[in-house]
Design a protein around this ligand. Structure first.
Ligand SMILES: Cc1cc2nc3c(=O)[nH]c(=O)nc-3n(C[C@H](O)[C@H](O)[C@H](O)COP(=O)(O)O)c2cc1C
Length: 410
């Protein structure tokens, strides 16, 4: 989800070894359709070439507080007011200390003082500088002033040392900026999402599972977080990174899913995307079941797992909105409709499991069931399915007056 589209971003580049990385940041913001203006400090101009910045931006950078030309075109007050956000990346120790103390001795620091917009700094410096007490004090002060700090990473630094001080990865900076702009309409609500496959043990080395990748559930959790919901993700084993800001609970068996879903009540939104096995093996062998060369292979007895969705839907602490997913290989519409009724949830999203849909694809085609109505969604990427579902959730909570209508960006 791109919330950076059309946003006016004022990027301040200060004079550090990582200044060249700002070019990449500009490119990435432009790819996200942001409108970027740029100020370079005088010292930044010692590290990078102004022409590179102007070529990439397709316009002039701003640097001088006292140049009549620039002042009459767009003075520091105009620059401050004309942006949605001011991002200092990279931010030197010198610059953050000036910010922390309200020093205004160049264009960049004047713009910051004259602006009441959201401000972000992405510091980058030598590890000892980053750990220096005066820098720590200034960072803590900037945090208190409400400035977002995109803290540096641990890694190999240009000064040939290793430690914390490396500029946050550009991708991460862009992702974090996106998060700042995401509308927080669902804030104050608690959401629980289940995702991924369950794993039912057969013996110490074997298990029964399925091909669920977990991607759809992770995308939904990510989307709910971006819209402000406090989100818990209960996930079976997957290869995916949990979304930033999620409360992550790693589980294995169907019973684990059940126990943690129960533990996370009450909540406002419950979304069951996990492919939880209907059965578990009744008697898990304590030792590895040995291969038999001939004769009977023995038998395996199964018991039914507890039905998480049905349990949540009939609980006295029933969430305001309960959503289920139904993965089918045939009779998708009929089975999904039946499931909606049988489980007692509010909405059911049917997705057909084929070679290039649902489990094994990053795209999904959804049939959305609510009461007796079904609507067909076009096949789309799973993050777009997540966004469409989140928008429906927002409408539901607005319609039922469970969220304030005026909650919006920043
Ligand atoms: C080669 C070199 C590399 C530097 N790298 C950094 C750096 O990565 N981070 C930092 O905080 N300061 C760094 N400095 C120090 C800053 O350039 C110096 O504090 C300068 O006054 C910053 O100016 P500005 O904050 O106005 O852009 C470096 C200095 C030199 C000579």
């Amino acid at each position: 989800m791109n919330f950076l589209k059309g946003k006016k971003i004022l990027l301040i580049v200060t004079g550090g070894i990582a200044s060249y990385k700002s070019l990449d940041l500009i490119r990435r913001l432009q790819e996200n359709a942001s409108n970027v203006e740029c100020i370079l400090t005088k010292n930044a101009e010692n590290f990078v070439n102004v022409l590179s910045f102007e070529s990439l931006l397709g316009k002039k950078i701003h640097s001088n507080l006292f140049t009549l030309d620039q002042e009459s075109n767009m003075n520091h007050i105009k620059l401050a007011n004309n942006s949605d956000i001011i991002v200092v990346a990279p931010c030197t120790a010198n610059f953050l200390s000036k910010m922390s103390n309200g020093i205004a001795d160049d264009l960049a620091t004047n713009v910051l003082l004259a602006s009441n917009k959201v401000k972000v700094i992405a510091p980058a410096m030598n590890t000892i500088m980053w750990g220096n007490k005066i820098v720590r004090k200034n960072i803590s002060n900037l945090k208190k002033l409400g400035i977002h700090i995109f803290s540096p990473y641990d890694g190999r630094l240009a000064c040939r040392t290793k430690g914390v001080g490396k500029l946050m990865e550009i991708n991460q900076i862009v992702e974090n900026l996106n998060l700042i702009f995401s509308p927080k309409i669902l804030s104050g609500l608690k959401a629980v999402v289940t995702a991924g496959p369950s794993v039912e043990k057969i013996d110490p080395v074997r298990f029964l599972s399925n091909f669920s990748s977990g991607q759809q559930g992770y995308e939904i959790a990510d989307s709910l977080i971006k819209f402000g919901a406090e989100t818990t993700l209960i996930s079976g084993p997957t290869t995916l990174e949990p979304p930033k800001g999620v409360k992550f609970i790693q589980v294995k068996s169907g019973n684990d899913f059940f126990e943690f879903a129960k533990k996370n009540l009450p909540c406002d939104i419950f979304i069951s995307v996990a492919a939880i096995s209907d059965w578990y093996v009744k008697k898990v062998s304590k030792s590895k079941i040995k291969k038999k060369k001939s004769g009977k292979f023995g038998r395996m007895d199964f018991s039914l797992n507890k039905d998480v969705l049905k349990y949540i839907s009939s609980h006295k602490l029933k969430p305001s909105l309960i959503v289920g997913f139904s993965a089918e290989t045939e009779n998708l519409l009929k089975n999904t409709k039946n499931k909606l009724k049988e489980k007692g949830c509010d909405w059911m999203l049917g997705n057909k499991v084929t070679r290039n849909n649902a489990f094994s694809s990053d795209k999904n085609k959804i049939f959305f069931f609510e009461d007796n109505k079904v609507s067909e969604w076009p096949k789309m990427k799973k993050n777009m399915v997540a966004l469409k579902l989140t928008k429906k959730i927002v409408s539901f909570f607005k319609k039922n007056k469970l969220v304030k209508d005026d909650k919006n960006i920043l």
